[in-house]
Design a protein around this ligand. Structure first.
Ligand code: ADP
Ligand code: MG
Length: 383
């Protein structure tokens, strides 16, 4: 796919030029209000609501009536009180009085199916559409790809920032450019490893991901989490990296529990029954050196099961290096962002992306269905 230029996607200024005076116009803004909720159903972090304010305020300052719409959680295409937008609506009312918010888009099966009838209901009475939901723009859902077929459309400020930063990584890399990847589900991320091999100078791999690579190298991994279906792919990626002169850094020590469940530190060959839950101190120091020497770093996925204090130190060391390095630093992924916030380092990196899957897909493909829709060239077969 040819890399799109951001300049071909209409901005809010382009929208105003096209529509004319926005006063009295009804503007549908697709926001990402998919906020984390605590056990009581209250908003645990309103970051995503605050992140939409620059776009909302720009529109309301011009006299537009703003109607926001978002999904929340994963309701199964039917109303589910657990995922009601009420708490979000209340917080939004405090931050941006007078702004409307539709009910959870995924209460209707038409949202994920990109059903034309659902799109028609969304744009009914609407004069313009703004997509500011970066975190949902990798989905060809009704509220993302539908409205631009019918009304003048643009990207909001948040989407614009995300696209600028992430396409900047792909198109104008500063070297050494290092990708740091971790987390649990490797199958989601191997595509990005392959795509990144073309742009980065080295890839650092931690988290549960490393065990599938270990398996590909024939190293014993005990009972650690790994994906048997992906072992061959990991082997191929290791060979591909060698051919391209790129380095894939894997940990050479691991902390976890032994067969009796006792906390233990291992080398890169785990005994029977052992489970690896974090990169070891030697690997954390080595990874942090790679980050310190880089000029650009993209980080997705924690280095270990950081929710458990015993296994947080690899992620903490990497997060600290992200904060300390002079490199341009970008973090994508819900859990990586949560880890940064837990260590109070979220203000110390250059950009924390609001989208995990979307940031990976934009790096991998250089484009997203939501961006294609705004440029007027989204086709269903692309989805
Ligand atoms: P992100 O949301 O940043 O993209 P992921 O969702 O891919 O990250 O992965 C985050 C999860 O991975 C965390 O809940 C963490 O506990 C888990 N994880 C990381 N390393 C391990 C490991 N070695 N074993 C089990 N789980 C792990
Ligand atoms: Mg996650």
């Amino acid at each position: 796919m040819t890399a799109p230029s951001r300049s071909t996607i209409p901005t809010l200024e382009d929208l105003e030029a096209q529509v004319g005076d926005l006063a009295g116009k009804r503007v549908l803004v697709r926001t990402d209000f998919n906020v984390p909720l605590d056990e009581s159903g209250a908003i645990a972090d309103d970051f995503r609501i605050r992140a939409a304010l620059p776009t909302i305020n720009w529109l309301t300052e011009r006299g537009a009536t703003v109607v926001t719409a978002s999904h929340l959680g994963r309701p199964k295409g039917a109303p589910d009180p657990k995922y009601s937008m009420d708490p979000v609506r209340q917080r939004l009312g405090e931050l941006a009085p007078g702004v409307e918010l539709l009910e959870n888009l995924r209460f209707d099966p038409g949202e994920t199916a990109d059903d034309p009838a659902f799109v028609a209901r969304l744009v009914d009475g609407i004069d313009a559409y703004v997509n500011d939901a970066f975190g949902a723009s990798h989905r060809a859902h009704a509220s993302i790809v539908g409205p631009p077929r019918f009304v003048p459309s643009a990207m909001g400020r948040l989407l614009q920032k995300e696209v600028d930063v992430l396409l900047g990584l792909r198109d104008k890399p500063r070297r050494p450019f290092v990708a740091v990847l971790g987390g649990a589900k490797i199958s989601d991320k191997l595509g990005v490893v392959e795509a990144l091999l073309g742009v980065v100078d080295s890839i650092v791999i931690g988290g549960a991901m490393c065990f599938t690579f270990f398996a590909a190298q024939g190293k014993p991994i005990g009972d650690s989490l790994f994906e048997p279906d992906m072992v061959d792919t990991c082997g191929r990626l290791l060979a591909q990296a060698r051919e391209q002169g790129k380095v894939i850094h894997l940990p050479d020590d691991i902390t976890g529990v032994d067969a009796s469940g006792t906390y233990a530190t291992f080398g890169d060959r785990l005994p029977d029954g052992a489970k690896g839950f974090d990169i070891g101190p030697g690997s954390a120091a080595a990874f942090s050196d790679v980050i310190m020497d880089a000029r650009m770093v993209f980080w997705n996925g924690p280095m270990g099961m950081f929710e458990d204090d015993r296994f947080a130190s690899g992620t903490h060391t990497v997060a600290q290096a992200m904060a300390d390095t002079k490199a341009f630093t970008v973090v994508g992924g819900g859990d990586s962002a949560a880890a940064l916030a837990q260590f109070r380092l979220d203000d110390e990196v250059d950009h924390v992306s609001t989208g995990g899957g979307a940031s990976l897909e934009l790096l991998e493909n250089g484009d997203l269905p939501g961006l294609q829709a705004l440029r007027g060239d989204f086709r269903d077969e692309d989805a």
